[in-house]
Design a protein around this ligand. Structure first.
Ligand SMILES: Nc1nc2c(ncn2[C@@H]2O[C@H](COP(=O)(O)OP(=O)(O)OP(=O)(O)O)[C@@H](O)[C@H]2O)c(=O)[nH]1
Ligand SMILES: [Mg+2]
Length: 314
């Protein structure tokens, strides 16, 4: 009688799943009856799954274990945002402690994009760590670090160069036994190079960015879970173009907790921060305590989140 075992999904290629189990990587399929169950959860990379071990062929996945957290992204199913009627969601990865928001310092830095990733990360309960890569190509590193510090007090930030071994030591605090780290960011920012630098060997393929526009070549094509010596797990992901805001109201509020705090100080609890007297937001904007750009970014992300929630309900 085959006993069920528990392993962790490390890669998915179409309908084939790869399970990490006791230092082995097993090929697996979903059990035939899988889709028949109501609310059957489709496994994603990072999931722990129950499976029946088959030493000579495909193992069979029977269910997904309860998840600690998941990272979701809105899925517009290939439509431009103005044409989307119902917004679906794609679960990207599960069960992680830190999200490394990887941004390179050679032209990739984008405050709005980083704020989006931070909002999504805080929504999951994981810790957002902004990793500014390619510090060797930038002569104004400190100003970028300061900018991130101002974005949110919940965010950690480190500037590194994986090529010249600068700042990697600072990241050691996250590479602890039992922890899972997800790497997110645009193509070509150096996510896989960082994995290789930490592993001390070439696990992931990397390739040069295009010289014409400094864009990456989408070298990593699948999400991949890697176990590093010392019991830490890293999930490398393919470069992402953008991430929309959906179901992340709490994450946005956490990112901009100073603004939420100010709102509680308005004279009227339903203050819209437009013409009402005793508005703490307006006062903070006028005194310079709250930067206008920052407040506008908060408003635009909340607006997008509310808009996508309405699309979803249709
Ligand atoms: N100068 C410099 N180049 C780097 C650094 N880190 C990575 N690179 C280069 O950036 C290019 C892209 O690196 P990858 O690691 O493939 O980037 P990626 O984020 O994994 O890209 P995708 O897999 O396409 O998402 C490679 O040519 C790396 O050598 C760094 O710290 N400094
Ligand atoms: Mg890569």
């Amino acid at each position: 009688m085959n006993q069920e075992k528990i392993g962790r999904i490390c890669e998915i290629q179409k309908n084939t799943f790869f399970i990490r189990y006791e230092c082995e990587e097993l090929k697996a399929k979903l059990k035939g009856s899988y889709g028949n169950k109501d609310n059957a959860i489709w496994p994603v990379v990072g999931d722990y799954v129950h499976f029946i071990y088959n030493p000579i062929g495909d193992s069979m996945i029977s269910s997904v274990c309860e998840r600690k957290n998941v990272l979701r992204r809105p899925d517009q199913s290939g439509h431009a945002i103005g044409y989307v009627k119902t917004m679906l969601e794609q679960v990207m990865v599960a069960n992680f402690d830190y999200v490394f928001i990887v941004t390179s310092l050679n032209g990739n830095f984008n405050h709005n994009r980083i704020a989006r990733y931070v909002g999504h990360t805080l929504e999951t309960g994981a810790i957002p760590v902004v990793v500014l890569t390619k510090s060797d190509l930038c002569n104004d590193v400190d100003s970028y670090v300061e900018e991130i510090k101002k974005l949110s007090d919940k965010v950690r930030v480190h500037a590194i160069s994986a090529l010249y071994n600068i700042g990697l030591q600072e990241l050691k605090q996250y590479f602890k036994e039992g922890k899972t780290i997800v790497l997110l960011g645009s193509s070509g920012v150096g996510k896989s190079t960082l994995v290789n630098a930490v592993a001390g060997k070439e696990i992931m393929k990397t390739s040069g960015i295009r010289e014409t526009d400094s864009k990456g070549r989408h070298t990593t094509t699948h999400r991949q879970l890697i176990e590093l010596p010392g019991g830490v797990t890293v999930i490398d992901t393919p470069g992402m173009r953008e991430i929309g805001m959906q179901n992340v109201e709490k994450g946005i509020d956490d990112t901009f907790s100073d603004i939420k705090e100010l709102e509680t100080q308005c004279r009227f609890h339903d203050c819209r921060h437009v013409t009402e007297p005793g508005c703490a937001i307006k006062a903070a904007l006028e005194s310079g305590q709250l930067a206008k750009d920052r407040y506008e970014l908060y408003c635009s992300l909340q607006k997008e989140n509310a808009h996508n929630a309405r699309l979803k309900k249709r």
